[in-house]
Write a protein that binds this ligand. Structure first.
Ligand code: ZN
Length: 161
């Protein structure tokens, strides 16, 4: 069953979970992280983030119009984990960009491996933290059912930054 986020109470609940996890993952006070609830029903993702690593500012965007995951706490932890891992993420990406020519097999292979392994790692860490500290410990299977393609992952990361 997909959650419906309608009322003000639900939104306050998301804010509360967001604050809890920013502290739990020790993102604040080093980072300024803001929660943005996306009302656009055409937005395809359930969660995403924008980041300014120089300023250490980030915005976590959550789809409240039609989320595809059942457990919004899990989505919050997943996206915050991406912010936590962002410095490493950037090192890997610049390593690829600076060592492979765009469009070559090597470049495509390196990018695909990087994105897939980044998602797997973020998801593994999310599970560990959620099962240890989560209020809703049931894992969403929405993402598995869809199975992200390489292009989706690639587009997802290209829009960051
Ligand atoms: Zn992710």
């Amino acid at each position: 069953m997909i959650v419906e986020i309608r009322g003000k109470e639900d939104k306050m609940e998301l804010e509360r979970l967001f604050d809890k996890w920013c502290k739990k993952l020790r993102l604040t006070p080093q980072w300024d992280v803001k929660l943005e609830l996306v009302q656009d029903p055409k937005w395809k993702k359930t969660g995403d983030f924008k980041i300014d690593p120089t300023d250490r500012k980030a915005i976590l965007m959550l789809n409240v119009a039609n989320p595809k995951q059942e457990n919004m706490e899990e989505v919050i932890v997943h996206e915050l984990m991406h912010i936590k891992m962002y410095p490493l993420d950037q090192v890997c990406e610049s390593l690829i960009v600076n060592n492979f020519e765009e469009g070559t097999n090597g470049y495509n292979f390196a990018y695909q491996q990087f994105f897939e392994n980044l998602e797997v790692t973020v998801e593994e860490l999310t599970k560990c933290f959620l099962l240890e500290f989560g209020e809703n410990r049931s894992l969403s299977y929405g993402r598995c059912a869809k199975g992200k393609s390489f292009n989706e992952l690639y587009d997802g990361l290209k829009s960051i930054g």
